[in-house]
Design a protein around this ligand. Structure first.
Ligand code: PGA
Length: 256
């Protein structure tokens, strides 16, 4: 099996002012700024990207955004383009998060446009997929994940595919304290990998990171990260405090 470097990404959601963000990132850099065996990404709100980006410049910790608009520029009040993110040295962007899908009615087609725009601008999309509780209970998990994944990646060629990161986030596990069992998570991760093989071929699919997200905490991370197809985490709540985020990074380093 190809060994994939684990990736731990913090999704701060709508939390932290620019000043709070700077405090947190300074703590993180002291603790894990020299970590080379795990890729680390922080995704602050737009208003803190510049201040956090300045601190991260020249370090091993990478900057990510939580969303973007697919168009280059224009009359899209309240939106931010890939080019604007690149100008702040963002390297990653979370796309298709379930909160965007449900609260802001983002469709697979719209998310797909963003994925393409991100890749064209050298931003690595972290494409999120995952089922609701009702979908899991009705046995539709794999179908939902397949639809979201295939629609989200439509038109992505083998040339740009190596920049992708996928996050499996069961909606019922996000911010709820309910974590998927390792077997539930691994089953979906392996399924996602099999879809990636079909889309991009075995060598590319074996290199892509598939993150788990949904109430990942230092206590449950080691078991999840030990699964064959779980290559890291997309962390919400536990990324808002340096201690728990650092512990997750250490768990990923230990699991490799
Ligand atoms: P959580 O969020 O870790 O707070 O469950 C994960 C996410 O939404 O990315």
């Amino acid at each position: 099996m190809t060994s994939r470097k684990k990736l731990i990404a913090g999704n701060w959601k709508m939390n932290k002012t620019s000043a709070d963000a700077v405090t947190l990132v300074k703590d993180l850099l002291l603790e894990v700024g020299k970590t080379t065996d795990v890729d680390i990404v922080v995704c602050p709100p737009f208003t803190a990207l510049e201040s956090v980006g300045k601190l991260l410049n020249g370090t091993l910790v990478k900057l990510g955004a939580q969303n973007m608009h697919p168009e280059k520029n224009g009359a899209f009040t309240g939106e931010i383009s890939a080019e604007m993110l690149r100008a702040l040295y963002a390297g990653y962007v979370i796309l298709g998060h379930s909160e965007r899908r449900s609260y802001f009615a983002e469709s697979d087609a719209f998310i797909n446009q963003k994925v393409i725009a991100a890749l064209k601008n050298q931003l690595r999309p972290i494409l999120c997929v995952g089922e609701t509780l009702a979908e899991r209970e009705s046995g539709a998990t794999l179908k939902v994940v397949q639809t979201q994944l295939e629609a989200g990646l439509e038109g992505v060629g083998k040339d740009l595919a190596p920049s992708l990161v996928i996050a499996y986030e069961p909606v019922w596990a996000i911010g709820t304290g309910k974590v998927a069992t390792t077997a539930q998570a691994q089953e979906v991760h392996a399924f996602i990998r099999s879809l990636l093989v079909k889309l991009f071929g075995e060598p590319v699919a074996q290199k892509l990171r598939i993150l788990y997200g949904g109430s990942m905490k230092p206590a449950n991370a080691p078991e999840l990260l030990a699964q064959a197809d779980i290559d890291g985490g997309l962390i919400g709540g536990a990324s808002l405090e340096s201690r728990s985020f650092v512990e997750l990074i250490r768990a990923a380093a230990a699991a490799k």
